[in-house]
Design a binder for this molecule. Structure first.
Ligand code: SAM
Length: 285
């Protein structure tokens, strides 16, 4: 199949199980002029598995700016390029942003070839609300900075999703306990789609202890999901029923006064409120 001149495909690749590569992704990886891969040696294994021989160049965080210039020239000459990272969706804590931005700015066609991402996979199985969430990417490596970022989530009501590596997951959980308290609910999604896939949920203190109980549990790749804090109710969001209002007023004043105050506060008819107040009074005695 021919591709529009100078088009860039942003292609998601599996985060573990190679069967998760879409048929469209496979076809495009085989058809483009060039694949820009985060690590060509790593992606060579994927291409070998697919029986593809497309030329690859590297695009990683240390050469992204220089390679973007080079790749943009190729796109402008009409070549088609597929951008992939080692696993999952490019740009999500992975290289590619500069290239996509440059291609779009140059008016070149950029197409999504969506598929696996650890972010979406973890959210889909963690059992925490996924309708609104914050993606934090990797937490800072330095403890003080990491603690500060986590403290910033103390009042965050949306689920927070973080990527974490095996050698920092224990420290990250310690810091969640310190910053957000041991009672905050978490989920850990480990080695998704791989042989040792595991999703555990519990309080921050429980998961910290669970991880510490067996060194093997820290192996592999992790997504850490932090449940949102309960919604803070603001005074202007609080609603009370007429009965609750009347009951509260009846504790401090007569039936007719309660009806008058309740009518003033609610805009309802004073007579109806008086009748209701009488009923509530009778129920009390
Ligand atoms: N762009 C990728 C994506 O869309 O999934 C993420 C790239 S980021 C460099 C790699 C991080 O993603 C890992 O450190 C880990 O936090 C998470 N990750 C990747 N594969 C995973 C898996 N199979 N299970 C759990 N987490 C995974």
């Amino acid at each position: 199949m021919s591709h529009p001149s100078g088009c860039l495909y942003v292609v998601a690749t599996p985060i573990g199980n190679l069967e998760d590569l879409s048929a469209r992704a496979r076809r495009i990886l085989g058809e483009v002029d060039l694949i820009a891969a985060e690590d060509t040696r790593h992606s060579a294994r994927l291409l070998q598995h697919l029986g593809l021989h497309t030329r690859m160049v590297s695009l990683h965080q240390h050469n992204e700016s220089a390679q973007t210039v080079e790749l943009l020239e190729r796109l402008q000459r009409g070549q088609s390029i597929a951008l992939i990272s080692d696993a999952g969706t490019p740009l999500l804590s992975d290289p590619g942003f500069e290239l996509v931005r440059a291609a779009r700015a140059a008016g070149l066609p950029v197409y999504a070839v969506p598929g696996p991402s650890a972010l979406v996979a973890a959210l889909s199985v963690a059992g925490l609300p996924a309708d609104r969430f914050v993606f934090e990417g990797f937490l800072p490596h330095k403890p003080a900075a990491r603690r500060r970022v986590l403290e910033g989530f103390a009042r965050e009501t949306r689920t927070v999703v973080c990527y974490e590596s095996s050698h920092r997951i224990a420290e990250a959980l310690d810091d969640v306990v310190a910053a957000l308290g041991g009672e905050r609910r978490l989920a850990l999604a480990r080695e998704l789609t791989k042989i040792h896939e595991q999703v555990v949920a519990g309080t921050a203190a429980e998961l910290r202890d669970w991880l510490a109980a067996d060194a093997d549990r820290s192996l592999g790749e992790f997504v850490l999901l932090i449940a949102g804090a309960p919604e803070q109710r603001h005074a202007d969001q609080i609603t009370v029923t007429v009965d609750d209002l009347l009951k509260a007023l009846l504790g401090a004043m007569s039936v007719s006064e309660a009806a008058r105050v309740a009518a003033g506060l609610s805009g309802l008819k004073k007579n109806a409120l008086y009748e209701r107040a009488l009923q509530l009074q009778a129920q009390k005695s």
